[in-house]
Design a protein around this ligand. Structure first.
Ligand code: NAG
Ligand code: NAG
Ligand code: NAG
Ligand code: NAG
Ligand code: NAG
Ligand code: NAG
Ligand code: NAG
Ligand code: NAG
Ligand code: NAG
Ligand code: NAG
Length: 667
């Protein structure tokens, strides 16, 4: 049976520094003068011919393709940075778009922020009569509220503190070497832990019962149906949950039935906003209380990535034109079909099938060089790509052919050892390139810098042979994850509306002119905090022309484009678990797979190596290393987990390792 999980913090990469990802940092031309090291980036002379190149060849790209699609990067000029800026952020921001007015502030909104040393978004809640402080993570792909149980988990921060003090007692500094056995064999190290608050349920007669609309009973066991590799198993409990809205009012949901999890592979519970929940569910409860009309939401992120400023606002049941630029388009949700769980968990497969999930059809993925205005499709086939939008990953899971085309454009090399694509960071930062995600008539541009992260392997920052700093591309083949997905880098640049009840999705470009940051919400509530009295009905749709309520099948302000454009697309997914010893064969051309890592340096061999296949044993080794250095790495200030962390059950290593790529990118 399950014994202790190893609480391993897999710190694979460090956070992109908080510098403006849109404005390219000025190039030091001297360091770049060697043309042989000039990176080949994203500059196709003619989109049409280039597209032909890719669409006519269904074969895997070979070295020959390189010549056709790759041109040299333009040498940076002063004008390039301003031009690139204006392409993403037009110079004239309408004044009304830069600040929130009283009506915007009065909207029912839940604030999410990024905790220190983290990259994902949490909101504050108080649970039960004891007002237990627990943060829940924004979770678009499942419908339940779930918390981690005090009885089964320790507080990770206290474990970290303990390890630090043990190390200092042993006169050891946190290094990349393995932690001493005295620490790793200790129960504190092997304990399961959670970072953002643990839940203790009430006892005896204080225990509330589920409300009449809820079909599950207290203590009923349940596995959260995640399409991604998050595992969360627990039993239902019923208790009160209180939260603040962004205007400081609070709302108390008194008899909420949610999942009290005793076994999970992540460090934070979830606030699920999909449908339909077995427990009370967050959005359905607001509908039941006549706070909102329909269990829909919209979601806006500001343009910061650092914990001091980054926020996301979950707008409950409504759309506000303030939060987007250009047109808002409405699409039908793409249905999903597949098996994620094995035969003994058929009920969970069924739960997963029945969910309403944010899945849209991507028509194209383009890479664009803002210095030249040229762009190039990364697709090798003409078919559209259904994608899941997931807020608990900072990666994109994409078809391999698309990633290889992207690798050609970014000069990326695949390392089987790390299980990642490696690129030189600076050229990509200088290139002012971006990824355009095309969905129907809408194009969402994402700075390419959002899709790279400092490469750190076994606690050591990686560099290329010549000394250039290395970055990971935040893309993973969908053959490894079992499904196709766009994570936070997409969500941050999109304004997303989900009409769960009607099965439609609204998308627009996020309003990045709007200057709202965490300090604007430093003091939520305060003395005048009041019990919520407003209802979604009351905030007068007629009077405020910029705010409208989502109702079933209706997204306010949206242009419907669906008719006939996406007749029968289906999103398919498969199990991510392969049996021990099995390899996930990635058919990566030799040209891109010859990266060998030694002492923190990356050597490009240019030779086909078996690194192109991810054998479970290779991953086993790297995961084991990551585990033993995880905590140590945490004490190195420059290292910040960017792609999440998972705990790996020792006995299951051989089994889960083939999916480690999927696992490590979740949090
Ligand atoms: C809501 O705001 C009040 C006042 O600032 C604060 O005391 C309380 O902890 C907040 N509640 C939550 C759940 O964060
Ligand atoms: C979690 O709870 C379930 C049901 O009570 C139990 O069967 C299981 O062993 C528990 N798991 C752990 C890790 O405690
Ligand atoms: C966000 O946008 C504002 C205004 O365009 C800009 O000043 C700021 O640097 C941007 N921040 C980031 C992190 O991009
Ligand atoms: C199904 O998965 C569960 C949990 O991952 C595992 O315990 C069980 O052995 C698996 N059953 C089969 C038939 O593979
Ligand atoms: C959407 O795109 C199609 C073809 O690309 C075009 O005919 C149509 O006018 C566009 N619709 C809107 C509302 O932009
Ligand atoms: C954050 O918002 C506050 C209040 O509007 C403002 O004073 C501050 O300059 C902003 N900080 C940044 C980095 O934008
Ligand atoms: C908040 O208001 C609701 C309905 O108006 C009421 O039932 C509830 O008792 C109030 N809660 C508190 C804590 O005052
Ligand atoms: C909100 O609207 C619904 C129907 O649209 C109505 O039944 C309900 O009474 C209204 N609630 C309030 C507080 O006005
Ligand atoms: C598009 O869909 C709407 C709503 O389903 C329908 O009323 C309309 O007739 C359709 N238009 C076309 C051209 O199919
Ligand atoms: C994985 O690593 C563990 C210990 O690190 C080892 O015992 C096991 O044999 C390895 N499994 C494979 C498939 O290499």
């Amino acid at each position: 049976m399950r014994t202790n999980l190893l609480c391993s913090l897999l710190l694979v990469a460090s956070l992109i520094s908080a510098e403006d990802p849109i404005t390219p940092t000025p190039t030091t031309d001297s360091s770049d003068s060697d043309t042989s090291s000039t990176p080949a980036i994203v500059v196709a002379p003619n989109t049409d011919t280039a597209r032909q190149t890719t669409t006519t060849s269904n074969r895997t790209p070979t070295t020959d393709d390189l010549v056709q699609v790759t041109l040299q990067r333009q040498t940076s000029t002063q004008s390039s940075s301003s031009r690139s800026n204006s392409a993403i952020t037009p110079s004239s921001a309408p004044r009304s778009k830069t600040t929130e007015n009283e009506q915007d502030k009065a909207l029912l909104k839940l604030l999410f922020t990024i905790p220190p040393d983290d990259n994902f978004y949490n909101a504050d809640f108080k649970f039960g009569s004891q007002d237990q402080d627990i943060q829940l993570r924004l979770d678009l792909v499942q419908p339940e509220i779930w918390v981690m149980n005090q009885a089964n988990f320790m507080d990770c921060d206290s474990i970290d503190t303990w390890i630090a003090s043990e190390l200092s007692e042993m006169h050891l500094t946190a290094s990349t070497d393995s932690l001493p056995a005295a620490i790793t064999t200790n129960s504190e190290y092997t304990a399961n832990c959670g970072y953002y608050g643990l839940y203790t349920s009430s006892e005896g007669s204080d225990v509330a019962q589920p409300t009449s609309g809820v079909a599950v009973s207290n203590n009923q066991p349940y596995l959260v149906p995640y399409m991604n590799s998050i595992y969360a198993f627990g039993t239902f409990v019923t208790d009160s949950i209180t939260f603040n809205l962004t205007d400081g009012d609070y709302f108390k949901m008194s008899s909420m039935t949610f999942l009290d999890v005793n076994d999970t592979n992540v460090y934070a519970g979830g606030l699920g906003v999909a449908l339909d929940s077995k427990g009370s569910g967050f959005l359905p409860t607001l509908v039941e209380n006549q706070i909102i009309k329909s269990p829909g939401y919209s979601l806006w992120f500001n343009n910061y990535s650092d914990p001091d400023h980054a926020i996301a606002q979950l707008i409950l049941g409504a759309v506000n034109t303030k939060y987007y630029i250009g047109d808002l388009y409405q699409f039908d949700i793409i249905p999903h079909r597949g098996y994620r769980y094995n035969a003994s968990q058929q009920a969970t497969n069924q739960d997963l099938i029945e969910l309403t999930l944010p899945i849209v059809l991507v028509k194209d993925v383009l890479v664009m060089n803002l210095n030249t205005g040229e762009s190039l499709s990364m697709k090798s086939s003409s078919s559209d790509i259904p994608v899941l939008l997931d807020s608990r990953t900072s990666y994109f899971y994409l078809p391999l052919d698309l990633i290889i085309n992207l690798a050609i454009q970014t000069n990326a090399y695949y390392s089987g050892e790390v299980g990642r694509w490696l690129v030189k960071c600076q050229p990509l930062i200088d290139a002012a390139a971006r990824i355009n995600i095309v969905i129907g008539n809408l194009t969402i541009p994402i700075p390419l810098t959002e899709l790279i992260a400092d490469a750190v392997y076994q606690g050591v920052p990686l560099a290329f042979e010549g000394g250039d700093k290395a970055c990971f591309l935040k893309v993973v083949p969908n053959s490894v994850s079992g499904y196709t997905c766009l994570g936070l880098p997409f969500l941050k640049y999109a304004y997303l509306v989900v009409d769960n009840e009607g099965g439609t999705i609204g998308l627009a470009n996020s309003n990045k002119y709007l200057q709202v940051n965490k300090s604007d919400y430093a003091i939520l509530g305060g003395d005048s905090q009041s019990n919520i009295t407003r209802s979604g009905n009351a905030t007068t749709p007629g009077e405020v022309k910029s705010i409208g309520h989502i109702t079933s099948g209706y997204i306010p302000f949206a242009t419907i484009l669906n008719n006939g454009t996406s007749p029968s697309a289906t999103f398919t997914y498969s199990s991510v678990t392969t049996t021990s010893g099995e390899s996930v064969i990635l058919d990566i051309p030799a040209r891109f797979s010859g990266a060998v890592i030694s002492n923190g340096y990356i050597y490009i061999t240019g030779e086909a190596s078996n690194s192109a296949s991810l054998s479970t044993s290779a991953l086993n080794a790297s995961a084991a290393d990551a585990r033993s250095t995880g905590y140590a790495a945490r004490y190195q200030q420059e290292v910040i987990a960017t792609i999440g962390s998972v705990k790996i059950q020792t006995q299951m290593l051989a089994v889960v390792l083939s999916v480690i790529l999927g696992l490590v990118t979740l949090m």
